[in-house]
Design a binder for this molecule. Structure first.
Ligand code: GLU
Length: 420
């Protein structure tokens, strides 16, 4: 059977997600009722969070939490702080989290949250008040056995610590399992900070071996030099790849002979900016079209679109960010025979180690760094081959295959529970 994704052209991101989900559900032979159940989150809440700002005035922020489906277990997923957060985006991201958890075989459904704000314009104190206020507003629908938040765009372990503290005060007992991505001394896990990058690395290793190629001397471009991008650059550089291009929000650096990643990492500031220290920069758009073997979008969504997909020269595209390639661009890359490793597979290292963190919190017994690394590696290898084999079996692209592989467990769980 050949599965195509032509239903996805010119739709909003959430509608495109739903269309691909419908294809996956049809392909697996489930009923239309199953699609009706899974096409929308079971619960989405909008909250208004008043924060007394440093100037003495109250500013009211809008936040969301979306729980896609809890047939498999509690919902799980990050909270992002960004000016462009919207309900539609949070809904899509929660559905993608369900797929990530399904592919990695974690005992969770997907969740996601966000607050419309610009954390770069806020003080430490304002951010703390916002984080605590958000937890107070969502506290009734989250918890270690209900919905477990984590870091995402512009949120970090300090924000997780404030959120955990607020939740523990509300519940009146210490609740480390309420949230993951915490600092180590508050029940965080070894390896959580580098988990997304390590997961991306395993996907690249498996992809190049499927293609009979090698990482050594492969030319790599990485868009984004934040937490994921900078660690991916370091790990690939250490493996002998030539990292020929990197970027941040201000611009990009390209050198066909390879960049010195250790030097760039040293020069990077705490917001991940580094290109502002160089004269001969190019734009992010120009970087994506430069010659390379492997392109890794590790920044924000909608970077590879119908406008530039034809100009992409890479043979392998690995999505370390959520949603960097539009549905139309996915189709163009597939026609060009580019191996696209989709976000719900490539970026799943973060939630996998979050799961390990939650297990450790529940047991009160903490793993060594080696144990975390070995278990992450094993899960990522299994996940890659699950999606790759699905794509071969159904003769479809890796993105549609990831939807098929990611949907099966939650659909089966819904059937066993008698929901469909
Ligand atoms: N925000 C990350 C993601 O999109 C991590 C989620 C988690 O650790 O629960 O996968």
């Amino acid at each position: 059977m050949t599965v195509t994704s032509d239903k996805t052209s010119s739709l909003s991101s959430f509608q495109a997600t739903q269309a691909r989900l419908e294809t996956a559900i049809d392909t697996l032979g489930y009923s239309q009722e199953m699609f009706e159940l899974l096409k929308e989150p079971i619960r989405v809440i909008t909250v208004r969070i008043p924060v007394r700002m440093d100037n003495g005035k109250t500013q009211v922020f809008t936040g969301f939490r979306s729980q896609h489906n809890d047939a498999v277990g509690p919902t799980k997923g990050g909270v992002r702080f960004h000016p462009s957060v919207s309900e539609d985006e949070v809904k899509s991201l929660s559905l993608w989290m369900s797929l990530k958890c399904g592919i990695a075989d974690l005992p969770y459904g997907g969740g996601k949250g966000g607050i419309i704000c610009d954390p770069r314009q806020m003080s430490f104190r304002e951010l703390e008040q916002l984080s605590r206020g958000y937890v107070r507003m969502i506290s009734q629908i989250v918890g270690p056995t209900k919905d477990i938040p984590a870091p995402d765009v512009y949120t970090n372990s300090q924000i997780m610590a404030w959120m955990m503290d607020e939740y523990s005060r509300i519940r009146e007992f210490d609740s480390p399992g309420f949230i993951t991505g915490k600092p180590l001394m508050l029940g965080g896990s070894h390896g959580r900070e580098t988990a997304t990058a390590k997961g991306v690395l395993v996907c690249i290793e498996e992809a190049v071996s499927v293609l009979n190629k090698k990482i050594e001397n492969a030319r790599v471009i990485i868009q984004g030099f934040g937490n994921a991008g900078s660690y991916i650059a370091k790990f690939l550089y250490d493996k002998g790849a030539a990292v020929v291009g990197i970027s941040d929000v201000l611009g990009a650096l390209y050198n066909p002979d390879g960049l010195s990643i250790p030097d760039l990492s040293d020069q990077r500031d705490s917001f991940g900016m580094v290109t502002n220290q160089f004269k001969n920069t190019i734009t992010n758009e120009e970087l994506l079209e430069k010659e390379c073997d492997i392109l890794i979008p590790a920044a924000i969504s909608n970077q590879i679109t119908a406008r530039n997909a034809d100009c992409i020269q890479a043979k392998v595209v690995v999505e370390a960010a959520n949603g960097p390639t539009t549905p139309e661009a996915t189709d163009i890359l597939t026609k060009k025979d580019v191996l696209l490793i989709p976000d719900v597979l490539a970026s799943s290292g973060g939630v996998i180690v979050s799961y390990f963190e939650w297990v450790q919190n529940n047991q009160g017994y903490y793993w060594s760094e080696e144990e975390v690394e070995q278990n992450l590696h094993r899960k990522m290898v299994q996940s890659f081959h699950k999606v790759h084999e699905t794509s071969t079996r159904y003769k479809t692209d890796m993105r549609t295959a990831s939807y098929i592989a990611g949907t099966r467990k939650m659909a089966e769980a819904a059937l066993f529970r008698g929901w469909v």
